[in-house]
Write a protein that binds this ligand. Sequence first.
Ligand code: ADP
Length: 354
Amino acid sequence: MTMASLPLSMIEESLDVLPDPVVLIDRRAAVVLANRAARTAFPSIVVGGPVAFALRMPEAVSAIERALAGERGIRIEFTARGRSERRFAMRCSALEAREGDRNAPAAVVALRDLTEARRLDTMRVDFVANASHELRTPLASLLGFIETLQGPAKDDPAARARFLEVMLAQARRMARLVDDLLSLSRAEMNEHRVPNGIVDVGALARQATDLLAGMAAENGVEIRCTTAADVDLCVAGEADELLRVAENLVGNAVRYGADGKIVEITVERRAGTTGDEVILAVRDHGPGIAAEHLPRLTERFYRVDAGESRGKGGTGLGLAIVKHVLNRHRGGLSIESRPGEGSVFRASFPALRS
Ligand code: ADP
């Protein structure tokens, strides 16, 4: 059987399997067939209607006209402006005309949505630029101090001691950043692996409280940890990663909410929409966070106040790590905060069936 003699329904079924939109048009530029991906991407596409109804962009329309005039292998890119802007790569090509049949496909249009790939490219470029910038600042300061110690301050023991203190702080900042970059990359890499341990989130919260006791004391904060008694608080998880989540959330509450003096950690089990959930909530009574920042807090290097974060030893990566670890654990993060009233960060996990 040749391609020309294949029934249209079979071609349609085959094209429906493709992830990208494909449209066949007749010689009047009316749609003969639009595969499933095309119907999803362009809901206004109608079989029998002009293809230009759905692909209204002038670049696309003129490429289609060229294909109908017999041109093959046309490749263009265009931006579709709908509710959200999307960038498409489009290929179109004339098909061999079938004598006499006005409704036979005369050209094929294949599209690929580049929006997500472009967004990821931009994110990657931004990430490298941000990471380099964060490392370069302490590095520049270290280099400056080393030169001063080799030159003007060579024989000044008091200055040397002072400079070494600053150098130590800068080197520690770089080490923290490199640690967080590695944790983030590990969390991303493991995101699609099912965790294979069992973790008691109550015990985990108590462990995080102990680990951060020193930092809390330095900041004049009391951490109060309450875990539901006689309730199974176990989840499927990787203990190291989940401890990191608790440490990051409690660490942030102590760091940014120190004014509120008290940080409360609670762990409880609740009925969720798809079964029981274990919820780790960390509440502070600090200055809170304005609503416009909330959706962006888990982006890498996003900070409400970069100077304050750096001054408090932050890297801007903590909540990005939390997000990836929670994804791996099929968990979620919700943030509730109002300026002047403190914040609550809630990590939720599907509970193990008890
Ligand atoms: P950082 O290392 O800067 O703390 P995170 O990703 O952990 O990075 O947090 C991102 C930003 O979110 C912080 O810089 C801070 O501005 C804000 N933030 C996080 N937790 C709190 C909190 N409990 N109260 C106020 N702001 C917070």
